[in-house]
Design a protein around this ligand. Sequence first.
Ligand code: NDP
Length: 450
Amino acid sequence: MTDPTYDYDLFVVGAGSGGVRAARIAAGHGARVAVAEEHRVGGTCVIRGCVPKKLLVYGAHFAEDLDDAAMFGWDIPQRRFDWPVLRDNVLAEVGRLEGLYGQTLANHDVTVFKSRAVLTGPNALRLDDGRTVTAGKILLAPGARPALPEVPGIEHALTSNEVFHLERMPKRVVIAGGGYIANEFAGVFHQLGAHVTIVNRSDTILRGYDEQIVDRLVKTSLAKGIDFRFNAGFDAIERQDDGSILCRMKGCDDIHADEVLFAIGRMPNTEGLGLEELGVKLTERGAVVVDDQYRSSVPSIFAVGDVTDRIQLTPVAIREGHAFADTQFGDKPCTVDYQCIPSAVFSHPPIGSVGLTEGQAKNKLGVIRTYTSDFRPMKYVLAGRNERALYKIVVDEGSDKVVGVHMIGPDAPEVLQAAAIAVKAGLTKADFDATVALHPTMAEELVLMR
Ligand code: NDP
């Protein structure tokens, strides 16, 4: 495997989830591996994505938990939220995890260059200091970045890159977009005391999720006090003399805010990497086109994760990086199975989903059955919280197989992960029915729907 013509057997561009996994596994197979990372080791998920976001979601949820505590006998006379404490603790945890990722690479003898790497040939890259390094194979794993529209004043807007570093908690937040990040941060900001307005270009949010579940999120969000402006967009974003922001809108009235967060999708990070010059085929959005072995149109160059703009989820990038390394360096050819990938939105309340939605199942399978459980969690009943959870099972009429499970409610993603095993395994509704309920839990609803 080792070719002395090159400095390394594998050079990975980007030390995020996919890149670190590929580097570690390839090194474990005996490859000489180097990684270049221009920002921080850990990538989007660890540094400015899943991890700090989830910690903020936990932090924000205390607002409701403290409200609910009263009916459970807790008298909490003084409640005061201190944003810098949460922010700094989260950032410290991110720093700790970054260190662990770096340690993992060091333990596997992977060389880390704290530098941008630009491809200068099918087997060559240039680092910031002008050095050229060569490798038998190059893996592109530089991830993606928040998309920003060409709106006057867009420089006043935040993206998910900056949102974790806010100096103070804003009182009014406008969030552009209706996807994962918009709904997750709407929950966080709202719980932490801000008034939130979500602005979406259409009347559909969380496209691809089951409509009934999304409808429940919208209704619950509205009931909590989150505002929505559908079929609306931005004409301009203006900074006012007092430091606040005026959003000049189309499709709705102008909105005054303290912060504006844009979360309208993410673009692959391929600009300026030298790819076009080498003839690496890119999509219209700039994603690297790869085959089922993650090979680009240039045989020595591969790509995994968000830069391929397929399923922008950390566990998918990790699996792709692993499969790439096993295939190319471990003599274990394998591919990733993209069927039945579970997903979650860490909104308030959160959503968990796997398999076909009701609409998708009707289109694909024709005759289906659906079962729903619309219930008020026991904890909320005692707390006096008027919020309902909704679980839904989609079943193929012909085979009785459960082809989709969708849920919104407390801890829905935790419950969904286990349900995803059943859907992935092709279990039937009869198998669900035959499973004895675990009482009293919310999850038992999964086996009690008739
Ligand atoms: P999403 O793709 O989830 O949502 C983008 C939203 O912005 C949609 O509502 C979309 O509308 C809208 N939109 C797209 N383009 C424009 C435009 N030009 N102008 C106005 N609105 C637009 O993107 P996010 O930024 O929220 O998240 C990026 C990705 O990161 C996600 O796709 C997901 O893969 C990943 N992620 C996953 C999380 C998780 O697993 N919990 C959490 C956070 C991010 P429309 O539907 O009409 O296209």
